[in-house]
Design a protein around this ligand. Structure first.
Ligand SMILES: Nc1nc2c(ncn2[C@@H]2O[C@H](COP(=O)(O)OP(=O)(O)OP(=O)(O)O)[C@@H](O)[C@H]2O)c(=O)[nH]1
Ligand SMILES: [Mg+2]
Length: 441
């Protein structure tokens, strides 16, 4: 933990217990013993995690580590139901991955803003004795107890969400570069490890497009063994579409750019396969510090020894910076445009079948997690690994499969979490590629 940035936290969550069902009998004037009228207990509140853009650290969880949702009220006489316990919503920064500490399973990857996921389900309330009356059992002395809510220990790991990650040795000019191409206000200094926590900056392009760049603390040889600040900040660029590998061409700090290149590559490879496979733009920074011929010689030496292009820039004077931005954009524009198109398609208004869910018995499978992602005003998506698996098995375009999918989702609390996410009548709800119009019961 450095400063007020924290990117890992362990918390305990406890969903509410269901209220007990009541045992009670009607009391009326002149009726000696009325029928059973014990009401049901209310359900316990669930624990919901919500992602927000208003936070960028897990620092809130440094001291507050235990979260409890309210219990359901017990049932009462006159068939009065106990109130359900209120759900507890925990806000985390966008980019937080939620793991079950017990088995390290990923419960949710909160990479979108306004994503909701139930991490611990509240216990079901018990039925009151009114529900047990039959022709043979007219004076039922029986009611159910409420069920305990789920409790879990969660590990929260923040992996910031950016399109491009800047990596390289300390002092190569990563922070200088981000401050040149975006509005990011960052510390720059001529000593190593100036940057100790990641910085984000938005690079604006002409036609209203933009991308997000992350500047992370410098790496050194052996970072994966914990040298320097270690490689733990690399997880913040693991989800980027591309990386920019910055090499100091001045020769003032280290002599051989090729050696630098391979040393950092080795750290990326030791960190993860995913990271090592990212598209990469290699740049030679500080071109202003070397004579033209010397620069040409260094660049062609780099190319002949590695087989890779290296593009010269100066983050300091701004030379070649505009071409650099274009090259970065070229690396990822296909993916960015595809993502944008997909979102635009989903935000389009058109006639949709009504989302009618037949209430089914609420039987949550503790491994099944529904994520609700708010894609835009009035458009939501039912997502998450469990949902994807379900959709891979059954085809939502077939009528009966669709019913089965909806049943399974409802068993796991679909309507409850949709409502918690702020869905309103007439809103669009996507399940996979299938769009529905939401109609409450
Ligand atoms: N001449 C010259 N100096 C540069 C250039 N880019 C960065 N510098 C200088 O290099 C030093 C380090 O720059 P930073 O941007 O702090 O480097 P960094 O890669 O973020 O370093 P860490 O945060 O320690 O990993 C500063 O003194 C910068 O002014 C450049 O293009 N030309
Ligand atoms: Mg820096």
């Amino acid at each position: 933990m450095i400063g007020d940035f924290l990117d890992e936290a362990i918390i305990k969550v406890q969903a509410g217990k269901g209220g007990d069902g009541a045992i009670s009998f009607r009391r009326e004037k002149y009726v000696e013993k009325g029928g059973p009228d014990g009401g049901d207990g209310g359900d316990g509140g669930s624990i919901i995690i919500k992602s927000t853009l208003n936070k960028n650290t897990l620092i809130d969880f440094k001291y507050k580590k235990i979260f409890k949702a309210a219990n359901g009220e017990n049932g009462k006489n006159k068939k009065r139901f106990g109130k359900s316990g209120k759900n507890l919503i925990i806000e985390v920064p966008v980019g937080t991955c939620v793991y079950d500490q017990e088995n390290n399973a990923l419960i949710a990857d909160m990479k979108h803003p306004e994503q909701y996921v139930v991490v611990a389900v509240g216990g079901k309330g018990g039925r009151g004795n009114a529900k047990f009356a039959t022709s043979t059992l007219q004076v039922p002395q029986i009611a159910e107890k409420g069920i305990k809510g789920e409790s879990k220990t969660l590990k929260l790991v923040l992996k910031i969400v950016a399109d491009v990650g800047l990596i390289g040795y300390p002092n190569v000019g990563k922070s200088t570069l981000i401050s040149k191409i975006s509005e990011a206000k960052v510390e720059i200094a001529d000593y190593p490890f100036t940057t100790i926590t990641p910085n984000l900056g938005v690079v604006k392009l002409k036609d209203n497009t933009s991308f997000v760049v992350a500047d992370i603390p410098g790496l050194i040889e052996g970072a994966h063994l914990g040298k320097g600040l270690g490689d733990k900040f690399l997880r913040h660029v693991e989800r980027c579409l591309a990386i920019v590998h910055i090499i100091d061409i001045s020769g003032l700090e280290r002599e051989d750019p090729v050696e630098d290149y391979y040393a950092i590559r080795k750290e990326l490879e030791s960190f993860s396969y995913v990271l090592s496979q990212k598209k990469e733009l290699i740049v030679a920074n500080k071109m202003d510090t070397v004579e033209k011929e010397e620069l040409e010689r260094k660049l062609s030496d780099f190319k002949s020894r590695t087989g890779k292009e290296i593009f010269p820039i100066s983050a300091y004077t701004g030379e070649n910076i505009n071409i650099f931005i274009e090259r970065v954009w070229d690396l990822m524009k296909q993916e960015k445009i595809a993502l944008q198109k997909n979102l635009e398609r989903k935000l389009k208004k058109f006639e949709k079948p009504k989302l009618k869910i037949t209430p089914v018995k609420f039987e949550p499978d503790s491994h099944f997690r529904i994520n609700i992602v708010k894609l835009g005003e009035e458009v939501f998506e039912v997502a998450g690994e469990s949902v994807e698996k379900l959709l891979a098995r059954y085809d939502i375009n077939q009528k009966d499969s669709r019913l089965l999918i909806l049943d399974t989702l409802e068993k796991n609390g679909l309507t409850k979490i949709l409502m918690e996410s702020g869905v309103k009548e007439g809103d669009t709800v996507y399940i996979g590629d299938f769009a529905f119009e939401y109609i409450p019961d």
